[in-house]
Design a protein around this ligand. Sequence first.
Ligand SMILES: [Zn+2]
Length: 121
Amino acid sequence: MVRPSKGRTRRWSVRLRAEIDELLERVAEERGISKNDLLEAIILEWAYQNGYNKILHFNFRNNTITVWDSLLNATVDLVYEEPEKILYCTYCRSTKCGHIWAASRLPEVREKVRRGELFIE
Ligand SMILES: [Zn+2]
């Protein structure tokens, strides 16, 4: 998958306990993304849950919900495919992330969950 262009980026370093670094390493490998991208996904989730980020637009097509992430300044596709129909974020490569958390609060998505058209883990 091609990740959206990140535009301007900044580099900084962070000191973590070895146990935390190893956990990040393991989860990044499981998801098939870099540790940097995993950290970004974690920060995005924090930003959504604390009101620092929001979905500006969203669109349904086939089994995809496309959301516009204002911090990323990019679209992110959330897909739900047969037979499980569990919502999966193609950006974070996860069934649990800030995009899914924010999407789960949209009335249109809640309605699809209520009708059993898709599931959120
Ligand atoms: Zn995501």
